[in-house]
Ligand binder design. Structure first.
Ligand code: UT7
Length: 329
């Protein structure tokens, strides 16, 4: 019997309809469209007005199931990568299963910040490769507006709301996930984090007054680590799999900053046409960026394409996944 690999066989996404432009943000914090565009590449992002992370994830799941003609009862496992869960517990996966009728599935949340989707992809693929599961959903979704300080110009301009989902199924043609290199370095935790709400700083009047429930980032430091590590790990996975620049069809990079994406593509020797970039439309949706790229580019992806997904995020966490795209849409 041929080896079973885990392949993405469908992708869908959800973006809240409400658009917030750089000009809108310039009305509430001391910033400008010019600063945001030139430093990050972002022009606009989405903001969920009513609802939560699970609502966005559920919409993405419903779209995927409808598109593939799959009954929700067929889904066996749901992994939700997010830093903005509906609750500390129960998991957002539980809520998504309830909202979409996936009554036969079990699921859990995975928190690896901006690398969450690739960590989820690698985790989910193991359930397929082992033969224990046939239909696994990996979701990356974040409602960053729920933890953004709209008085802090250094963070509120960067992030947005949205998310996406992929279906993993067994493949016997050797397509799907080929390799992954994933890393964590907790010594970087103070450079990008949400200081309060967990067991270090449980919620109190003081933590609220000191605005400790919002995202804090030391941008320059994170930038330096991101630019080095995302480029390095992407080159490393190419080398490990004997891939030359011309063998790679697509880079799917985390959308945190256009300058980080450009540096990664340059290190891999890839021209812009092979790089998925939608940061200008959605900003940084944390765990949502990679599935949203795949969704935006789904029609251009061809069966057999060599695709490298790459991310860097809070924690620090980073890594790359190499896969062979499994279908033509
Ligand atoms: O997705 C997870 C991983 N996260 C990342 O990868 C993000 C990595 N970091 C970055 O992308 C960049 O560091 C930022 C986009 C966050 C910031 O860009 P930067 O070029 O590193 O700017 P900076 O932090 O060095 O700030 C430069 C100046 C400062 O003013 P002074 O001290 O030079 O007077 C900031 O106060 O820009 C100022 N500034 C702003 N000005 C206008 C910071 N934010 C803003 C703003 N509008 N929104």
């Amino acid at each position: 019997m041929s080896k079973i690999t885990a392949a993405i066989t469908a992708v869908h996404g959800y973006l809240p309809p409400n658009v917030v432009t750089n000009h809108d943000l310039a009305k509430i914090v001391d910033t400008s469209d010019e600063w945001i565009r030139t430093r990050t590449g972002i022009i606009e992002r989405r903001k969920l007005e009513n609802g939560s992370t699970s609502d966005m994830a559920a919409e993405a799941v419903k779209g995927l199931l409808e598109k593939k003609g799959i009954d929700p009862l067929e889904i066996e496992l749901v992994i939700v990568a997010t830093v903005t869960p509906d609750y500390t517990f129960p998991s957002t996966a539980n809520v998504v299963c309830d909202k979409t009728g996936m009554k036969n599935a079990w699921g859990y949340d995975l928190n690896s910040a901006c690398s969450g989707f690739i960590f989820g992809l690698q985790t989910g693929s193991k359930f397929i490769e082992s033969g224990t599961h046939k239909k696994v959903l990996v979701i990356g979704a974040d409602m960053m507006s729920s933890i953004l300080d709209y008085e802090d110009r250094t963070t509120c301009v960067i992030f947005g709301d949205g998310g996406g989902v992929v279906l993993l199924e067994p493949n016997e043609e050797g397509l799907g996930i080929q390799d992954a290199i994933l890393r964590t370095d907790g010594s970087g935790r103070q450079y990008l984090y949400q200081p309060a709400g967990g067991s270090v700083n449980p919620p109190t009047v003081r933590t609220v007054e000191e605005r400790m429930h919002f995202v804090k980032q030391e941008g320059k430091t994170v930038f330096k680590f991101a630019v080095t590590n995302m480029a390095e790990v992407s080159a490393e996975i190419m080398e490990k799999n004997n891939l030359k620049s011309e063998d790679v069809d697509w880079l799917v990079p985390h959308q945190a900053n256009l300058r980080i994406i450009d540096a990664t593509a340059q290190r891999m020797g890839l021209p812009t046409e092979k790089v998925m970039i939608n940061i200008q439309k959605y900003g940084n949706t944390t765990a949502g960026t990679l599935p949203l790229c795949l969704w935006d580019w789904e029609k251009q992806l061809k069966k057999g394409d060599n695709v490298i997904l790459s991310a860097f995020g809070g924690g620090f966490t980073w890594g790359a996944v190499y896969l062979k795209w499994a279908y033509n849409s």
